[in-house]
Design a protein. Structure first.
Length: 488
């Protein structure tokens, strides 16, 4: 065993307010093994990692590295052998230094000035160009910074990587890349890893074994397959259900839109050739500052409808979506209308952009498909520059679904606006997805105002007549389109 933890305990606070964060935790880590540590917020998993790393001292218990107890005063070599990778990769670097300088500082401190880091090899190892190392962290994306944080840890040849929620701030595509990178490093070099996460689905795809923590103790441990498929504890089963259910629904959303891509694109192309596009442009232009080109994010761009409309006005538009087939059609549509727009595969709830990257964020029929709309509002607030505006067009689609569910039989809608290619099976799947999402349980846009306030927006409001002006006879009577706007 390369690492052994014996009866580790840690308490915070005083006699009046005691928080026993860890209560006699014990486990071991094999050489080359990736051990996942999962649990809800407050379970003790991050505290455990801080004690192992030496950032904090335990009240009781032992930490053994290669069978030898680590003293309270760690040596430089102790720190070298166990390297921490933090959740907020951007903040973990000095904001005024380049990535290369930060890496050199780490190697100088732990290896001495005689040993120079091989920046070419490190950048290649994490799949980025060496030129990016000459940038400061604020000029890189979160995913790029996380890769360089791994490179910095590798620069001192560690034996154990201590990973604290290192994928939680990344979008789905970057999460997958980081997980593949970490898995490859441990496989190729024999490096061990402790991987702390609240996301049991992420841990199950990466780790050899899993520890499940609750209230400062380990309630269950086993190999990844056993934990996921044959959990012994009710708490573990609860974690599995809460995480996997959301991921399953998101996968259903992507599958649904993948099936509907061609038909949906036909609807949007018809709109772009119809006078309805002029009405949409008028609504957007009435709320977006004119006179100069702005940086605009089309969140949940689909086949690029808003991106094309705003690109026509001369704005610098970036469209993001999780569905690859939608993005492919968006690129074709932009090319057809000679609009220069960038399209990227990202989750609108967890993007890879730096703070304050955009002047305007627009969304259309997106929030109802999200498992955590509050998280999306927080992300949109983070991405907007001061004074920036969010324009969120959506509807209470759950009301429409509930009304249809009360009917005795399904009637195929006409192949007109919004319904081209709809089958009974697709209609039922759409209904199931709609009712599974949090937005179905709230009255909107009032609920959007609560989320915007919690995210930090300074002002907000709603226009519930926009559907009548833009969609006119195509607007759903039991789920009319509304615009929710918010300003930073």
């Amino acid at each position: 065993m390369i690492l052994e933890i014996k009866n580790l305990s840690k308490t915070y606070g005083d006699k009046q307010a005691v928080n026993q964060a860890l209560k006699g935790v014990s486990f071991s880590l094999k050489k080359g093994e990736i051990l996942g540590i999962v649990g809800e917020s407050g379970s003790g998993k991050t505290t455990l990692l801080k004690l192992v790393s030496g950032l904090e001292k335990p009240d009781a218990g032992e930490i053994l590295l290669d069978g030898k107890p680590l003293s309270a005063k760690r040596t430089k070599d102790d720190y070298r052998r166990m390297q921490m990778i933090f959740q907020d990769a951007v903040a973990s670097f000095h904001p005024r230094r380049t990535i290369a300088d930060s890496i050199r500082e780490t190697t100088n401190s732990l290896l001495g000035r005689a040993e120079k880091p091989d920046l070419n090899e490190l950048s290649e190892r994490v799949g980025l160009s060496k030129e990016l190392m000459e940038r400061r962290p604020g000029n890189l994306s979160g995913g790029q910074c996380q890769r360089f944080a791994i490179a910095r840890a590798l620069s001192v040849h560690p034996e154990i990587l201590l990973c604290d929620e290192i994928t939680s701030a990344l979008d789905v595509s970057n999460q997958a890349q980081i997980l593949r990178l970490l898995s490859g490093i441990c496989r190729d070099t024999g490096t061990s890893a402790l991987f702390v996460s609240h996301d049991l689905a992420v841990v199950s795809n990466l780790c050899d074994r899993i520890l499940v923590m609750k209230d400062g103790v380990i309630v269950e441990e086993g190999d990844a397959r056993q934990i996921i498929h044959e959990p012994k504890e009710a708490y573990t089963q609860k974690l599995i259900e809460s995480v996997m259910e959301v991921k399953d629904v998101r996968e259903r959303v992507q599958k649904y839109w993948t099936i509907r891509t061609k038909d949906f694109n036909a609807i949007r192309l018809n709109e772009l050739h119809d006078e309805i596009s002029d009405r949409w442009s008028a609504e957007l232009n009435a709320r977006i500052p004119c006179g100069k080109a702005l940086d605009v994010l089309d969140a949940g761009t689909g086949t690029g409808y808003f991106a094309v409309l705003l690109g026509r006005e001369g704005h610098r538009v970036t469209g993001i979506d999780l569905t690859a087939s939608m993005l492919e059609e968006a690129r074709k549509t932009a090319e057809l209308f000679k609009v220069d727009a960038c399209f990227l595969q990202m989750d609108v709830q967890e993007t890879d952009f730096a703070e304050e990257s955009f002047d305007v964020i627009v969304t259309r029929n997106v929030t109802w498909t999200l498992p955590d709309p509050g998280k999306a509002y927080n992300e949109w607030y983070r991405l907007l520059r001061p004074g920036g505006i969010l324009l969120n067009f959506d509807a209470n689609y759950a009301d429409n679904v509930r009304n249809h569910n009360q009917k005795e039989s399904w009637v195929k809608p006409k192949d007109v606006y919004g319904h081209i290619g709809i089958t009974k099976e697709l209609s039922e799947e759409n209904a199931g997805i709609t009712l599974a999402m949090p937005a179905s349980r709230h009255h909107r846009p009032q609920w959007d105002g609560i989320l915007a306030k919690e995210a930090g927006f300074s002002e907000w409001g709603a226009d519930e007549e926009v559907g009548k002006r833009v969609l006119r006879e195509h607007d759903l009577s039991d789920a009319p389109l509304f615009l929710f706007w918010a300003r930073k």
